[in-house]
Design a protein around this ligand. Structure first.
Ligand code: C2E
Ligand code: MG
Ligand code: MG
Ligand code: MG
Length: 289
C-alpha cells in the first residue's frame, strides 16, 4: 500500500529522483522545519466501551507556501529518503510533548501518540532523542506512546528490537501501527515489548460487507488479547462499524465517525464537549448539554 501511495506524487517517483520538482521540495522541506511551516493535528483515540478519550495521536502536516496544506503521505517518504527524517521526528516529538505538557495541567491522565518512521525506528540514537524530549518537557515516559509500523520490524528486526527494548525499559509505551499489512511472524510479535496493536483501516472499513475482513479483525483482537495487548481499530467511519467492533471487544477506536484530526486549538474543546454526552458513567454528575 505504501508504494502505491507514493506513486501519486511525482517527486517521489523512483524514475524521477532528480526531477527539479523533487529537488526543490527537498530544499523546501529542510527549510520548513526551521521556518515553522510544519503543523500537528490530533486524532483522538476513544476508549471502548466507556467512550473516554485518554490519548490523542499527533499527525504531521506541512503548510507549504505555494501548495497548501500537504498530508504526510506527500512529504514523509521524501524526508525518509533524504535523511531529513530525524529532524522531522525530533520536531514532531518535541512539539507534541510540549503541547501535551500544557494540556496535562488540566487533564493529567492524557497521553500523546507519535508516529515513528521505519527509518528512525532502526536508528540507535532514537531512544536518546526521545528521552531528551521527555526531559525537556517534563512529560512522564508512560504518557508517550510511539506508533511503529511492521515495516520497521521487517527492515532490521534485531536493531528495531534493541531500540524498542531501550524505550520500553524506560517506560515509554509502544504500539504496532497498521497491523495486518505486513508479515510480522507471530513468534517475533510475542517477543516484542509492545503495549498495543492497531488494526489497519483497510480491514475495518469494509468489515460489514466482507466476512473475510471481519474474520481478520476478530483474529487480531483475539491475538492481541492473548498477548496482553490493547487492541485499537483505526478508520471507524460509521456507528454500525463501531458497534461491530465493540462486539468483537476492541479496547479503543479512532476515525472520522468521531472526528477527523483537529488542530491543537480545537481538540481539547472537542474532547470537553463530547465526554458528558457520550459517557454514560458521567451523566449523573454533569449537567445535560
Ligand atoms: P496512521 O498513523 O495509520 O494514521 C492514520 C491516518 O488515517 C491519518 O492520516 C488519519 O487522518 C487517517 N484516518 C483516521 N481515521 C480515518 C477514517 O475514519 N477514514 C479515513 N479515510 N482516514 C482516517 P494522515 O494524517 O494523512 O496520516 C497518514 C500516515 O502518515 C499515518 O498513518 C502515518 O503513518 C504517517 N504520519 C503521520 N504523521 C506522521 C509523523 O509525524 N511522522 C511519521 N514518521 N509519520 C507520520
Ligand atoms: Mg499511527
Ligand atoms: Mg495506523
Ligand atoms: Mg493506517
Amino acid at each position: 500500500a505504501k508504494t502505491s501511495h507514493s506513486k501519486l506524487v511525482c517527486y517521489d517517483d523512483e524514475q524521477n529522483n532528480y526531477s527539479p520538482d523533487r529537488l526543490a521540495m527537498i530544499g523546501q522541506l529542510r527549510d520548513a522545519i526551521t521556518n515553522e511551516e510544519l503543523r500537528l493535528h490530533y486524532l483522538p483515540k476513544v476508549d471502548q466501551p466507556d467512550g473516554h478519550v485518554t490519548c490523542v495521536e499527533a499527525l504531521v502536516r506541512w503548510q507549504h507556501p505555494d501548495r497548501g496544506l500537504l498530508s504526510p503521505d506527500q512529504f514523509v517518504p521524501l524526508a525518509e529518503q533524504t535523511g531529513l527524517i530525524d529532524d522531522l521526528t525530533r520536531w514532531v516529538l518535541t512539539t507534541a510533548l510540549r503541547q501535551l505538557s500544557v494540556w496535562r495541567r488540566v487533564r493529567d491522565d492524557l497521553s500523546v501518540a507519535v508516529n515513528i518512521s521505519e527509518r528512525s525506528m532502526n536508528h540507535l540514537d532514537l531512544p536518546q532523542m526521545v528521552f531528551d524530549a521527555l526531559t525537556e518537557t517534563g512529560v512522564p515516559p508512560a504518557s508517550l506512546l510511539l506508533e511503529i509500523t511492521e515495516a520497521a520490524l521487517v527492515a532490521d528486526q534485531e536493531r528495531a528490537g534493541v531500540v524498542m527494548q531501550h524505550l520500553s525499559g524506560a517506560g515509554v509505551r509502544l504500539s504496532l501501527d497498521d497491523f495486518g499489512e505486513g508479515f510480522t511472524s507471530l513468534s517475533h510479535l510475542a517477543e516484542l515489548p509492545l503495549n498495543e496493536l492497531k488494526i489497519d483501516r483497510i480491514f475495518v472499513k469494509d468489515m460489514l460487507e466482507s466476512p473475510n475482513d471481519t474474520a481478520i479483525v476478530r483474529s487480531v483482537v483475539e491475538l492481541g488479547h492473548n498477548l496482553n495487548l490493547e487492541v485499537v481499530a483505526e478508520g471507524v467511519e460509521t456507528a454500525e462499524i463501531l458497534a461491530a467492533l465493540n462486539e468483537l471487544g476492541v479496547n479503543g477506536v479512532q476515525g472520522y465517525f468521531f472526528t477527523p484530526p483537529l488542530p491543537a486549538t480545537e481538540i481539547m474543546d472537542w474532547i470537553g464537549a463530547r465526554t458528558p454526552a457520550n459517557d454514560p458513567t458521567q451523566s449523573g454528575d454533569q449537567p445535560p448539554q
